[in-house]
Design a protein around this ligand. Structure first.
Ligand code: GLY
Ligand code: MN
Ligand code: MN
Length: 432
């Protein structure tokens, strides 16, 4: 399963429409050092990958719609047999041109020389200041030198504009092929969660569960975890991004698993929480039921035309009402919500866009008080939770929390596709 070259071409055409007489420059993700001379497994920048499907480092992609000959240009590492013996195959200039449909491909070493012909008549440079500061400087220096000669030439980029606001609307609405990739990523994640639940028992260590989950990710052809897997038992479940995963699980614990598979660059992101030995304490049951109710009601608010924040607001209302009924909060729900006095229990948002990035490209707000409306093809997570940390500090005027509630952390997270009629829960195969 893969994204066809024709789709990458369509994506570039959509961006070209937006940049008119400008030139857009995208840089590959930098290599990252793990230690000394060992690098992390390379992962292409998501915008770069979305437009090119090209997964090598030290590359630049350029879109220059106004150029008479080349509208799509790649700069790549040249073939180098000795280097390839050590660190793997490279496409090289000729093969990259053919395989990735570029009008022209140059060796990356020629970037400074060749880029000028694509910039000197562009009205504007579109570029996102990224993680590679030396490349950022190179672009700024190029722009500066073009500006300094502008008055003599009468053409050239008079502005530099970020690419995020152009890329986000494109990436946010998933194509049919992307939805299939997402289905596969979530399907593998689903299988891993179901196995994890079946093998969990008191006495095992969190990492044993993590190992089985990540085994499935790779066994099914995924790249591995989409983010460090969270396997959090007992009080660890109150730490949102707990990743040590080294505690021995005990009878009476809850286990919170937040794990997702990355498949062909697309990501699942699923959380389930369940009792290690199969039955809840009354307090665990009460919190679980409440989080589940909040999640189910929030998912009902994921449908086309509703502003993005609607499902979060719904989850907060349900959680606050439930915490009031349980006596863990006191007062009026309106005031608690307005003053955010629920935040010691629920400190994160109810979801995020999901796709090539786990926290995916996508616009949440279109203005100070205007939220993006959901539309078919959007994929969001819906992930309310309640976290009663052992040392929870209630908000001002709120009651102290009795011991039997402390250490309970519960999150339930599904991956939800917005459809023309409402939504589809892609991760529905993991029981709640
Ligand atoms: N696993 C990261 C998140 O849920 O946002
Ligand atoms: Mn998430
Ligand atoms: Mn998650």
């Amino acid at each position: 399963m893969t994204i066809e070259q024709s789709e990458y071409r369509q994506r570039r055409a959509a961006l070209r429409q937006k940049i008119g007489q400008g030139t857009a420059i995208f840089h590959s993700a930098p290599l990252a050092t793990m230690h000394n001379d060992v690098e992390y497994v390379y992962r292409q920048d998501s915008d770069f990958y979305y437009l090119t499907g090209f997964n090598e480092s030290q590359a630049v992609a350029v879109l220059a719609p106004h150029h008479p000959e080349h509208q799509y240009i790649l700069f790549v590492q040249p073939k180098d047999p000795l280097k390839e013996t050590w660190t793997g195959r490279l496409w090289g200039v000729e093969a990259a041109k053919e395989a990735f449909g570029a009008d022209q491909v140059y060796p990356i070493t020629d970037f400074a020389k060749e880029i000028l012909q694509y910039l000197n008549k562009a009205e504007r440079i579109y570029y996102h200041l990224g993680r590679d500061n030396s490349f950022n400087s190179q672009i700024l220096t190029l722009w500066q030198s073009l500006l300094s000669t502008y008055s003599k030439r009468g053409t050239g980029p008079i502005a530099l504009e970020d690419t995020n606001h152009l890329m986000q609307p494109l990436r946010q609405v998933k194509s049919t092929a992307e939805i299939e990739m997402m289905r596969r990523a979530v399907e593998i994640s689903t299988e891993a969660h179901n196995i994890a639940r079946n093998i969990t028992q008191a006495g095992k260590y969190e990492y044993e569960i993590q190992a089985e989950i990540e085994h499935i990710f790779r066994l099914r052809g995924g790249n591995g975890p989409a983010y460090p897997s969270i396997v959090a038992s007992g009080q660890n479940s109150c730490i949102l991004h707990y990743i040590e995963n080294n505690r021995q699980m005990l009878d009476g614990d809850l286990l919170l698993i937040d794990a997702g598979c990355s498949y062909g660059y697309y990501n699942g992101d699923i959380t389930r929480t369940f009792p290690v030995s199969g039955s809840f304490t009354p307090e665990q049951q009460a919190i679980y039921d409440l989080v589940l109710e909040a999640q189910l009601q929030a998912i009902e608010q994921v449908k086309p035309g509703l502003p993005y924040n609607t499902f979060h607001d719904r989850a907060v209302e349900v959680l606050v009402d439930g915490l009031l009924k349980l006596g863990l909060l006191v007062g009026s729900s309106e005031e608690i919500i307005e003053k955010e006095h629920y935040k010691p229990f629920y400190m994160h948002k109810t979801g995020h866009w999901l796709g090539l990035d786990v926290h995916d490209a996508g616009i949440y707000k279109c203005g100070e008080n205007t939220w993006q409306n959901l539309q078919p093809g959007h994929i969001v997570t819906v992930e309310p939770g309640i976290y009663i940390s052992p040392d929870i500090q209630p908000a001002e005027g709120q009651p102290d929390i009795p011991r039997e509630w402390r250490g309970i952390g519960i999150r339930i997270e599904d991956d939800v596709l917005v459809t023309p009629d409402g939504n589809e829960i892609l991760s529905a195969g993991v029981p709640k």
